[in-house]
Design a protein. Structure first.
Length: 431
């Protein structure tokens, strides 16, 4: 009985061992299959590799996690090369493009927190601090000088708090060496002054329950009323560095178009109005102005051209270039329209918004008559499809005198006309 029991135990153990081996083999087989169909999670990519998750317009080449080099070399870690987007795939999803159901929520906040800085961010931060050496060696694109210079130009345009940037040298090892018109201490001091002034201006000009149009107008009016174009230095080719930025316009009260546009952007940013600086040509010269978004619609506003230099040196406030469409401002300005959103609405144009637009002679006459009978000191109109022969101011006033007779006490009048934009301004004097 003892030997037979031992023999039975031997065969039983052998069978159990073989069953165990089969189970282990099956488990391993499933793991192999599972590994060929799963992608690494976003969390593992961030923790275990040098992958950059890009949140801006430019994208760095991704360093692959060692565990999926063979699987992902052909598709460059699941990037769509044509769209320059990073494809983020749920760890528990199928390898095809996944979509979020009602039970699944994209972890956008987590992605934003965990995203690494882009080359653009690094350049912008360095320029804001007045750094004279910015290390971009971690970015493969930094080997391309034109890419780096384009990003620096964009950073300056999008961040008017970057002051006195003059140019830069680029080295093939990824070192970017900016130069400035001022030393770093002066740059940082002026930036601090400017940031304080921005808060002060907003506190003074933004009141109560203003809508975005009213906020934009208040900011525009402040800049035009408190700054003047640096015509003296412009005419003598001696424009100082300050006049090219918002410090000159908002602190010193003098500047050129870049300063006006930069000041507008900083103040509009402060009140949460989406805007950007447009770079183009106007009057045969390089020029800058702003594109703003009011109530979901884009408009052009040129504060520089609304602050004209008068022959007698007087300061005037104009609205000829306040919230224009592409076609309106395009009569005198040119720019690369492919780089900016289209502006097609007239709803928040200054003259449309305030009921100062006429489209035929009868409407024109009625506006003139109302102004004269009410003894208004001035009148401003936007005339659509302006034609001097049709919209004859003298004829209209003569008709008012003839039709209203004793009600008219007009002694004289003077006027100016912006024919490109169809803006008529009249000054009345009464007996």
């Amino acid at each position: 009985m003892g030997k037979r029991a031992k023999k039975n135990n031997f065969w039983r153990n052998l069978i159990l061992f073989n069953i165990f081996v089969v189970i282990v083999f099956v488990i391993l087989a499933f793991k192999v299959i599972d590994n060929t169909t799963k992608y690494p999670s976003l969390e593992s990519l961030i923790k275990n590799s040098n992958t950059d998750i890009i949140t801006d317009h430019f994208q760095d080449e991704t360093n692959k996690d060692e565990t999926n080099k063979d699987e992902n070399n052909k598709d460059e870690n699941n990037k769509d090369k044509n769209n320059n987007e990073v494809t983020i795939i749920n760890e528990n999803a199928e390898p095809s493009n996944s979509t979020f159901t009602e039970q699944e929520e994209p972890k956008t906040n987590e992605v934003a927190v965990q995203s690494q800085k882009t080359m653009y961010d690094t350049i912008a931060r360095g320029l804001l601090e007045g750094s004279r050496r910015i290390d971009l060696s971690d970015f493969p694109e930094a080997k391309n000088a034109q890419t780096v210079f384009d990003l620096a130009e964009r950073a300056v345009r999008e961040n008017p708090l970057i002051l006195y940037y003059e140019g830069a040298q680029h080295w093939t090892n990824g070192i970017f060496e900016p130069s400035y018109f001022k030393d770093q201490n002066t740059i940082m001091n002026h930036r601090k002054q400017l940031e304080k002034e921005l808060d002060k201006i907003i506190a003074n000009v933004i009141k109560g329950q203003m809508n975005d149009f009213q906020k934009q107008k208040a900011i525009h009016d402040y800049i035009v009323n408190h700054a003047r174009y640096d015509s003296y230095n412009y005419n003598n080719n001696t424009i100082p560095p300050e006049s090219y930025n918002a410090y000159g316009v908002l602190i010193k009260g003098v500047g050129v178009c870049e300063g006006y546009a930069g000041g507008m952007k900083l103040l509009l940013d402060k009140v949460g109005i989406e805007n950007q600086i447009v770079v183009g040509v106007a009057g045969g010269e390089n020029h800058a102005w702003n594109l703003v978004k009011i109530a979901g619609r884009y408009y052009h506003v040129d504060a520089t051209w609304n602050d004209p230099v008068m022959e007698d040196g007087s300061d005037v406030l104009r609205y000829d270039y306040f919230n224009l469409t592409d076609s309106e401002i395009g009569k005198e300005h040119t720019w690369d329209r492919n780089k900016y959103p289209a502006a097609t609405s007239t709803k928040h144009n200054y003259h449309y918004y305030n009921g100062l637009v006429v489209g035929n002679y009868n409407e024109f006459y009625n506006k003139v008559e109302t102004a004269v009978i009410n003894k208004n000191a001035s009148m401003e109109l936007k005339i659509l499809n302006y034609n001097q022969n049709t919209y004859d101011l003298k004829r209209a006033i003569d008709e008012v005198v003839m039709n209203r007779g004793s009600e008219v006490t007009l002694a004289s009048y003077s006027f100016s006309m912006n024919e490109k934009q169809g803006i008529l301004r009249v000054q009345f004097r009464y007996r």
